[in-house]
Every structure is written in C-alpha cells, then in structure tokens.
Design a protein. Sequence first.
Length: 508
Amino acid sequence: MPSTRSTRRESTVSNALARDRLGAPGIGLSIASSIAPLTVVAGVVTTGLAVTGLTGVSIAMIAVAIVLMFFVVGYVAMARHIPNAGAFYAYVAKGIGKPVGVGASWVALAAYNCFQLASYGGIGAIGAPLIKDWFGLDIQWFVLAFITWVFVAFLGIRDVGVSEKVLAVLVIGETALVVIYSFAILFTSGFHFSSAPMSLHSLWGPGAGALLVIAFTSFAGVEQGAVYIEESKDPRRTVPRATYVTIVLIAILYAFASWVQISAAGDQAVARAGKEGPDLFFDLASVSLGKISLDFGHALFLTSLIAAMIAFHNIIARYTFALGREGVIPRFFGQTVNGAPRNASLLQSALGLVVIFGYALLGWDPLVKLFFWGGTSGGLGVLLLIALTSIAVIGYFARNPHDESPWHRFGAPIIACVLLLIITYLALTNLATLFGVEPGSGPAWVVPTAYLVIFIAGIVWGLILKSSQPRVYDGIGLGTRSAVASSTGFSALLGEDDTDTDTAEARR
C-alpha cells in the first residue's frame, strides 16, 4: 500500500498546468505587467527620443499597435486549435515545420530571458541611488537585485493565481500614475500640444527603423495571452478578449502619455530626454503636482520593473515547461507541482542568480550592458518571433482551415506578415542606431548573430530528434497530447529513467 508521502506526491506532481485559474482580467493583467506601462512611458519613450533624435514616438506606438491587431487576429485563431503553453514554438512547429518550431522555441527562451534578466540590472542600478536618497542606505546594485530575485523566485513556484493578485496591485497602481501624471502635465500652465509626436514622416525618415523597434519593444508581451491558454477559463473567448482589449487600451495610454510628455518638453524634448532620462516624465508632472510626485513616481517605476520581472519569469517557466513536457528538453522540466511549473521556474531563478552575481563579479555596467542592451535585444528577438509566427499562421490555415473565416485564415495574417517583414528589415538595418554604437560593432552584430546561431542550433536539434527519437519528434507542438508519448528524447539521450512514461504509455 503506498505511503501517505507517495500518495501526496502523486496528487501534486503532474505534467499539466492548473486549469480554470485565469479569466480575461487576469490574463490582461499578466500582459500589461510584461509591457510595464510606466517603464515604457518614463523609460522607453525617453530612450527613443535620446537615441534616435526623432520625436514621432506617439505615431510609432499607434503604428505598431495597428500591426499587432492584424497579427493577433490569426494568432488567437490558431490558439483556439492549438492550446499550448509554448505558443510561438507550437504554432511555428504546426505551421512551418517541427525543426523550425524547435528553433523558434530556443529563440523565444533567449528573447524573453533578455527581458527578464535585464530587469534585474534596471532595478539594481536605478533603485540603489533612490534607496540612498530615501533611507540613507548605501547598498550595491546587486544586493537590491538579489532581494528582488528572492521575491520573484518565490512567486514563480506558486500557483499563477498568486502572481495574478500581486500583478493586479502593481499594474493598476502604475497605470493610474501614468494617467494622473499625464493629465497633470496636460493641465500645466503654458502647455501647448505639438504635432511632432504624430508626424507620419517619422515612420519612414532616417532612423525610422530604430524608432519602430523601440515602439515594438514597448508592446513586447502582448502575445503572451496564448501562453496562459491552458490555465484560462473559457479559452476560446478569454484569450482573444484579453489580448484585443489590452492592446487597444495600452496603445491609447502610450500615445497620449508620450504626446503630452513630448509636447510639454517642446523643442528641448530630445536634449532633455538625453539629460534627464526617465526623470523627464516625473519632472514635467512635478511642476503641477510638487516634489513629492518625484519620489512617488520613482517608487512605482521600481514596482513596474518588478511586475515585468514576475510576468516574464512566468512566461519563460511555461515555455520551458512546454518543451520539457514534450521531451524536447529533459522531462524533469515538464512537471508541475500543484499546477505550477516549479522545476522550470527554479531553473529560471538559478539563471537569474548567475547573471546578477556574474555581472557583479565582472564589474559590468548593469544599466547599459544589462538593462538597456538586454531589453533592446529582447525586443528584437520577439519581433523576429512574431514575424516568423505570422508566416506560420498562414501556413497552418492553408492546410487546416477548420471553421475559421477567410479574414482569420488569410486576410489579417497576410497583412500582418507583410508589415512585420518590413519592420523586421528596418530593424536589422538600424541596429547600430538602436544600440547607440558604431555600425557593425558590439551588440549591433553580436545580437542578430547570436539569434541566428541559436535558431540554427534549435533546428539541428529538431532534426536530431527526428532521426534518433521519432516518438518525441511526432509529439512536438501537441502539448498535453504528447505528454504520454514522450518516453524518449533529450531525457533518453541523457540516460534518464523512462519508467514513469512507460507506465503512461501502457495506460494509453
């Protein structure tokens, strides 16, 4: 007779995520958290001004939102037929080919890790001076980053509903602040609207590619609604509703907040953005709200980064879980405990710890070389993935029309694909401007080369699985339907025990 401990383990450890945990508001909050509205308005907008010298940030935000709305039509339609926490990975595998899908999964992990790990540099470098000003405590950036790491790691191994509650508080707080501060700037004496932020010329003038990528980075995370589809309530309605509404609301917020910010700064917008950085937004609001608004803004700017960390930690853990469940990586990472992908989450936490103390020991700049370069690299990676997925959507529905309308199968996906490929081209040809380095130097060539190597390596691994582990290869992209079939794969090549899977196969 099994022991109580054994019975408890069997009841909590599985290869499926917890069901019916998230409604449309919960998914919307997770999306908004990864987007981090305050971080974008105070940080990304000013970075866009300083790096590109272009003031058309608002029109770039709107343009990207329109492109994403076209993309999401086919994307969420595909999600209805392929419910998989691996989203991009599963869709590319089913739409283009399984080896390419594996390559896409590796790029996804790299891109989202860039965002998540970069946030540790941001909160450490930006938060440490603030802690000194507020409390007189002189702490190293990596100490503050480590404290945040403990909090994020703890939430990562808990039920996603716990993170939802934390994110609700953080996101509502930062979004309310953006709205209040924007109206405070708008009603400041002497304010005049400028047409420069909405100038269409900015979309094709010099440096337009860099400006579009910065705007695209601002929306990175809107695609992750599909990642939570296995944990959502009524997924056929919840995911599309949350995704569409979030994109529209965030686009309006971004366009309005960036417009009033650039208008208030006037002809000095670019110069002030380069000098004041994220403080520009808070400084403009403080004219009407007083000095206390600076401290309050700084505090919520830090919590905005924390919210982004939690959201990206969750999405990375679910991608890792999806790959482990299907045997593409060790199946140990494809297990859940009480519905949470605990093993995958712990792996992500370990990587975060290595990066924090690695940068500290090497003495690297956490603000530029981790926060700025990391976030920008992540934005480029997500852009490449979305462009690839837009092709996969067309390929999938060409073979599997289901009951979807022509607009969902071809109309919107083709428009999105063309626009995304144009933006991708502009991004790749403006990388030097984007990173603020000389053409062909530093991250301008390292980042795209790294993504290419990672993508090719993933494809090669997919082909290896095809020849050496056909059962695993056949299950790529099938999610829960492949869990009982993954008795080999990466785990078998590492000599892991397949007893549990053999038992599952017998049941099947």
